[in-house]
Ligand binder design. Structure first.
Ligand SMILES: [Zn+2]
Ligand SMILES: [Zn+2]
Length: 172
């Protein structure tokens, strides 16, 4: 959804977004169910717009260790400032409206692509290491069984395990 600065009401405009284009198939991002995004845009001068809101979504991810699909809830506040970089706004930058610690996104034109904002927030929510749980036991390197579903038969036959060494000693 594209929002032009001049479409935003002086009192702020509200947006409810349930769906964005081009998310399915983008690397690592698979949504489970619909999005729930509520946000407001407020003009802070000719060249600035503040966004405040909330994003909720459920991502369908794949565990790096056991390859199973699992769900991850995303529930995050949205707060950022959009600024059009023009000669004029550049000159008055320091005197102008400013909120500390607010992400500032510099735009080429006075148009905000809300879909893009949401997509980026979802990417930021992706974990560095994707695990279905911290206790995930992964896949047996021998038989390929998912060890979260219980121990596989070959569990204590690994050559380097203390059991294997003991078994070898007994044989001798
Ligand atoms: Zn796992
Ligand atoms: Zn096994």
């Amino acid at each position: 959804m594209l929002v032009r600065f001049n479409e935003i009401s002086p009192h702020g405009s509200q947006y409810d977004i349930r769906k964005i284009d081009g998310i399915e198939g983008s690397a690592g991002l698979v949504l489970c169910g619909s999005l729930d995004v509520r946000c407001s845009l407020t003009r802070k001068g000719d060249a600035k717009v503040e966004l405040q809101g909330w994003l909720k979504a459920t991502l369908l991810l794949e565990c790096d260790r056991c390859l199973a699909s699992y769900r991850r809830e995303v529930d995050t506040a949205l707060q950022m400032l959009f600024e059009v970089e023009t000669g004029a706004s550049w000159q008055v930058k320091d005197l102008d409206y400013r909120i500390p610690d607010l992400d500032t996104i510099v735009l080429d034109a006075p148009v905000i692509d809300l879909d893009d904002v949401i997509r980026q927030q979802l990417y930021l929510a992706l974990p560095m290491k994707s695990l279905c749980s911290d206790q995930c036991r992964g896949i047996c390197s021998r038989c390929g069984a998912n060890r979260n579903h219980g121990p596989c038969g070959c569990a204590d036959e690994h050559e380097n395990s203390p059991f294997a060494v003991l078994a070898q000693l007994k044989k001798e």
